[in-house]
Design a protein around this ligand. Structure first.
Ligand code: SF4
Ligand code: SF4
Length: 382
């Protein structure tokens, strides 16, 4: 078995949450059954280090709801692993920011899902949370923390993107844009982006990357957005997509100690073990673990990816998106490369797509941005 290097663990510290986000993939609210206690959580930090993990992202639910949050975060830093914190930004006191600063985190990420309180709070399910989250952002910026905003896009807020970009640009805020999945019990499937809307989000990010310097607007699409586009070259963090990293270089840890390749793949079939029963290093090094990615064979691809020239490096896009949309792995229906092929075939979809682009144009201040969009989709089209 090749030697896999664990670079990053994304750890759901608790499923307990004070918000009720409509798109939440794990339907957070109440605690999970049998969440790790403090002793088990500290032991897990040590096991992460022993397994060679370089970086840990603490999230929830809402991670600040755990009373031992600071002990766990400190332990991670004492063990010389990088720390990121992903929060809804509503639970803080006067010491939160200096305490975070003392931990020298790699990133502190806050979720903002709307350009106004109405949209954000409809999505996040609790009145008053918009103002609170922006208060968190302002205080974190004042403390000079490495701040990111994460925005999850569905039909409910796609039209907010241009306005949100104005609120975020030139403020030393990194922006990660991702799309909503339908794993959570609260999310009606009709709010999922359709193919053209999904592609428009990629166009939007590409446009921002052309409009602003990386310093003015560091913006990326998450793993679910992208792959081998002929036109959109600036959407992701990497210039080349090397396939889903679940179980290759990343893991997800549930608050009860379950280990998965990625927390987004919210299905018990993908649980590789539980750290209450087996040491993390043993789970990571087990030859049978994360087999769907580690032992991928070309014939594993589903109908959407079979025969694709990028398959050996791409392995069929984001495992979560593929599973959610088609019930199969290695079969991502939403892939820029594939969508471009479809759009070029289907005249009426193509027309609808440009209608959506024209709506983006109207909401962007600088008129020259649309010519950039047109250049991407018309000027450079061979
Ligand atoms: S069709 Fe599948 S394998 Fe090909 S680029 Fe898209 S997601 Fe990757
Ligand atoms: S399942 Fe998707 S989000 Fe998770 S690691 Fe793979 S590509 Fe990334």
């Amino acid at each position: 078995m090749p030697d896999y290097k664990l670079e990053c663990a994304v750890w759901e510290l608790t499923l307990n949450c004070n918000l009720r986000c409509i798109h939440c993939g794990s339907s957070a609210g109440a605690k999970r059954e049998a969440e790790l206690n403090s002793e088990e959580a500290i032991k897990l930090c040590e096991q992460l280090k022993e397994t060679g993990c370089l970086s840990v992202a603490l999230m929830g639910g809402e991670p600040f709801l755990r009373k031992d949050f600071w002990d766990i975060a400190l332990k991670i830093r004492e063990l010389n692993m990088e720390l990121s914190v992903i929060t809804n930004g509503t639970l803080f006191d006067k010491d939160t920011f200096s305490r975070l600063k003392a931990l020298s985190p790699r990133a502190v990420a806050v979720s903002i899902d709307g350009a106004d309180s109405e949209t954000h709070e409809f999505i996040r399910g609790v009145k008053g949370c918009y103002k609170k989250s922006w208060e968190f952002i302002e205080k974190a910026l004042k403390e000079d923390l490495p701040l990111s905003v994460i925005t999850t896009i569905s039909k409910l807020n796609i039209s907010n993107l241009p306005e949100l970009s104005k609120q975020i640009a030139k403020r030393n805020i990194a922006w990660q844009i991702q799309t909503a999945g339908a794993e959570g019990a609260r999310f009606p499937k009709e709010y999922l982006l359709d193919m053209e809307e999904f592609y428009s989000v990629g166009v939007f990010i590409e446009n921002l990357r052309r409009k602003y310097s990386v310093e003015e607007m560091p913006v990326i699409g998450a793993h679910d957005l992208g792959y081998n586009s002929c036109y959109l070259k600036n959407v992701s963090l990497e210039s080349k997509w090397n396939g889903c990293q679940a179980g290759i270089s990343v893991i997800g840890i549930r608050s009860n100690g379950d280990i998965l390749g990625c927390l987004s793949i919210n299905d018990k079939r993908f649980v590789e073990g539980n750290i209450k029963e087996r040491n993390l290093k043993e789970i990571w090094n087990n030859p049978g673990s994360f087999s769907y990615n580690r032992n991928f064979k070309m014939e594993d691809a589903g109908e959407n990816c079979a025969g694709c020239g990028y398959l050996s490096s791409c392995r069929g896009g984001c495992s979560e998106m593929s599973w959610m949309k088609t019930g199969k792995l290695h079969n991502d229906l939403y892939c820029f490369y594939r969508i471009e092929e479809e759009l070029m075939k289907e005249e009426n979809i193509f027309a609808k797509f440009f209608y959506k682009l024209s709506k983006i144009k109207r909401s962007v201040k600088n008129k020259s941005d649309f010519s950039i969009l047109k250049k991407i989709f018309l000027g450079e089209r061979k």
